[in-house]
Design a protein around this ligand. Structure first.
Ligand code: TXA
Ligand code: MG
Length: 532
């Protein structure tokens, strides 16, 4: 199918679009929020085509768009005064209201639910097309399912060219994130999706409202979604996205610690600090962030980076919608670099007794975080498994379980492969470590100690206020390794030879603890007033 390109300002556009819609076709139209993929809401056959074109799951209902309040009564069970109050204040505009439906609305639109979502957009082109069509229009966002929503006609064409009858180009959408969705079916009303209308504004009209926990959190497996759209992967570029909380200083430090090419998704004026950056609005202006976020999420893939780190927006006002969309595009990966307790890195050569030093620090009220176990946890994460398979071959998984020995053989065969493994696992290990530091903080630990044998090779160094390394003479280390692991002197030497030398560890550390079996290491620690 050839997709007809229509310009919103052309005289015949609304008429042409209206005819296509009346005869059961699909037209992408601009709205003030995002572009919508419209079909006649009262024509089940036309509505079905939307699901096919987008690849949308069948159980995700659509929003019905009307052009005047008079079109609503036939679509719902009854119009109550709360709807009238909302319409008066926010329509036309970026608000969708869910009510009990009438039998006029086809099951295809509501995905079989007994409710219907209704919205009256303010964009003149959208209003003109609805009017010309003469029927209410069912319209989800006009992206391929799972992709960022389109805020420009070119986004629509990139996803749907050849799959829809026409697109009306009305320029860039002014709000930039989809409408706020509120349901009046529950008591009190519940906000299901944040958008251009803020919770504060809704409370001014409705009094008490609740905010669905799906706005902030991933739904549990099998949990029923109040809004089916909330359970799907969303807004996701190919590039792995993580949100970074904390100051710009800590963000910058954290990004600079990565050796592979990464994309900084930051606020206006910050991008020049990075090799590859996309700016998504002013730090103090949520509306400008909302307007740009989807375009930026699409452009992330064009940078060729495997990894993108997004500065966390303030989740206030419209910012709540920006944060909510980013959470989904990041599959809920948030790394919070603002720690309320000191963070120490603990490292050392094999056999130096890092574990022993860790136990003593633990006895002194610090929480010791074992990154080896977090590395094991990281390779259980579905996204990581997928990338490991891509990089090292499907057969590193045998009967569904990772063959760790085989992965190690392939990953440590050359430097390039080691780097590939690190770039897949390090961001997840960092995220898990940051989570553990926050847990330690909440449980009253005096400090967090990151126990990491390869600390200097990972971005974790940047979260450490100080780095402690434990050293011991080589002869002592050889004996310890032989005893601990029951291996020969020769094997112990091979292991030692695989690591950097003592000078390297010392030169990169703030505190050096000597653990030669003679020095009292506990006393050494107690003497360090900068540590305790
Ligand atoms: O701004 C917008 O709302 C855009 C423009 C085109 O109007 N449309 C849009 O549609 O974002 P869509 O389909 O991408 O998102 C609709 C959301 C989904 O999360 C869906 O699950 C939810 O609204 N929804 C629709 N009908 C519902 C219902 N009856 N009950 C609960 N949630 C519903
Ligand atoms: Mg959508």
């Amino acid at each position: 199918m050839k997709t007809l390109y229509l310009k919103a300002e052309d005289e015949n556009t609304a008429q042409t679009a209206g005819e296509i819609l009346r005869s059961g076709g699909l037209v992408a139209i601009p709205t003030e929020t995002v572009y919508g993929l419209a079909a006649n809401a009262l024509d089940p056959g036309a509505v079905k085509k939307i699901f096919t074109a987008k690849g949308r799951p069948q159980d995700n209902p659509l929003i019905v768009h009307v052009q005047s309040p008079g079109e609503i009564p036939p679509l719902v069970e009854k119009v109550d005064e709360r709807l009238a109050a909302l319409a008066e204040r926010f329509w036309p505009g970026p608000l969708t209201v869910i009510m009990k439906r009438s039998s006029l609305v086809p099951d295809e639109v509501t995905a079989g639910l007994d409710t219907v979502a209704i919205r009256m957009p303010s964009h003149p082109a959208a209003r003109a097309v609805i009017k010309a069509a003469g029927v209410p229009l069912a319209a989800p966002s006009a992206n391929a399912s799972g992709r960022p929503s389109p805020t420009k006609a070119e986004h629509v064409l990139r996803d749907l060219d050849g799959k829809i009858d026409a697109v009306v180009d009305g320029g860039e959408c002014s709000v930039g994130v989809e409408s706020t969705v509120i349901t009046l079916v529950t008591s009190p009303p519940a906000l299901l999706r944040p958008g251009g209308v803020t919770p504060g504004e809704l409370r001014e009209v409705l009094g008490e409202i609740t905010i669905s926990h799906a706005v902030f959190e991933k739904l549990e497996d099998g949990e029923k979604a109040q809004s089916p759209g909330m359970k799907y992967k969303h807004y996701a570029p190919e590039t792995r996205v993580s949100i970074i909380k904390g100051s710009f200083e800590s963000y910058k430090k954290f990004l600079k610690a990565h050796r592979e090419k990464i994309c900084a998704v930051c606020f206006d004026g910050e991008g020049e600090q990075f090799d590859c950056a996309l700016e998504y609005g002013r730090e103090d202006d949520s509306s400008s962030q909302a307007q740009k976020i989807f375009d930026v999420l699409r452009r992330v893939d064009e940078t060729g980076c495997k990894e993108a780190f997004v500065r966390c927006p303030s989740p206030e006002g419209v910012g709540l919608a920006v944060y909510n969309r980013l959470l989904r595009s990041a599959a809920f990966r948030v790394i919070d670099l603002d720690f309320g307790i000191p963070v120490y890195g603990l490292t050392g050569q094999t056999g130096a007794g890092k574990g022993y030093a860790g136990r003593i620090l633990g006895q002194l009220g610090m929480a010791v975080i074992d990154t080896d176990s977090l590395a094991r946890e990281a390779v259980e994460i579905p996204g990581v498994i997928k990338r490991l398979k891509e990089e090292f071959g499907d057969d590193i998984f045998k009967d569904g379980a990772l063959d760790r020995g085989e992965l190690a053989r392939r990953a440590f065969s050359c430097e390039e492969k080691t780097r590939a493994l690190n770039s897949i696992t390090h961001p997840e290990i960092t995220r898990l470590t940051a989570e553990r530091i926050h847990t330690a903080e909440q449980s009253g630990a005096k400090a967090a100690v990151i126990d990491a044998p390869v600390l200097f090779e990972s971005p974790l160094t940047v979260v450490c206020d100080k780095i402690i390394c434990v050293t011991a003479p080589e002869s002592v280390r050889i004996e310890r390794i032989m005893q601990r692991d029951g291996i020969s002197r020769e094997d112990a030497l091979t292991r030692i030879g695989a690591q950097r030398d003592e000078e390297y560890y010392k030169s990169k550390s703030d505190i050096v603890l000597i653990n030669d079996g003679k020095t009292d290491i506990k006393q050494e620690i107690l003497n360090r007033k900068d540590l305790i």
